[in-house]
Design a protein around this ligand. Structure first.
Ligand SMILES: Cc1cc2nc3c(=O)[nH]c(=O)nc-3n(C[C@H](O)[C@H](O)[C@H](O)COP(=O)(O)O)c2cc1C
Length: 185
């Protein structure tokens, strides 16, 4: 029997209950039957600064502690990683980018086998713009898609909404309709 899918929703908005989380929640109502879901906010689990020690000493990273360990283990426990990330200056919010930087260290923590265990998982993006030019989300999506490719993850897809102040996405009917389909395929 195959394991049920487990979706990890990682929110990197710097405000709670913003547009991006609201849109992701709308999409999560249509997860595959039996799928588990876990929601975490980077704002609740701040990570330490990332240090690149790959080329000093033995290049081995220590087993992370605290929030980093929680995020590492939540990441490995999931089959699907959903970046719930508004566009900040055309890219990922700093918290989400820092989390990705830590992946580089987690690949080098003995005993976790992070790199090979990430392979085959699926990455998704739910994002938000306050500009009508959706091309502004391309750097954010490109960063995630290249990262997924590097780790031999599948790309699930993306959902883009329009909103500036909290609540705006609730009148983006196009995005709310697309939310029903994101995880349906
Ligand atoms: C630091 C910062 C940078 C932003 N950069 C962009 C941007 O490059 N393009 C854009 O369309 N909107 C930009 N926005 C607007 C947000 O994407 C928009 O307000 C969104 O609704 C925020 O998501 P949230 O409600 O989930 O927090 C930016 C907002 C902030 C706070």
């Amino acid at each position: 029997m195959t394991e049920p899918r487990h979706f990890l929703f990682l929110s990197s908005s710097s405000r709670s209950n913003g547009n991006t989380e609201a849109l992701a929640q709308a999409a999560a109502k249509h997860l595959p039957t039996g799928a588990k879901q876990t929601w975490l906010r980077h704002a609740d689990l701040p990570l330490p600064a990332f240090a690149d020690i790959r080329h000093s000493g033995d290049g081995i990273y220590p087993v992370p502690e605290g929030n980093a360990r929680r995020l590492l283990e939540a990441t490995l426990a999931a089959s699907d990683i959903v970046f719930v990330a508004p566009v900040y200056w055309y890219g990922l919010p700093a918290d989400a980018k820092l989390y990705l930087d830590h992946w580089s260290g987690w690949m080098r923590v003995p005993g976790y086998d992070f790199r090979s265990r990430m392979g085959g998982k699926t990455m998704w993006a739910v994002t938000m713009l306050s500009d009508l030019d959706t091309a502004q989300a391309e750097p954010l999506l490109g960063c995630l898609q290249w990262t997924a490719k590097y780790l031999k993850m599948n790309w699930g897809g993306s959902l883009l909404g329009y909103g500036n102040k909290p609540g705006d996405v609730q009148v983006d009917n196009g995005a709310l309709e697309r939310a029903k389909l994101l995880f349906a395929a």
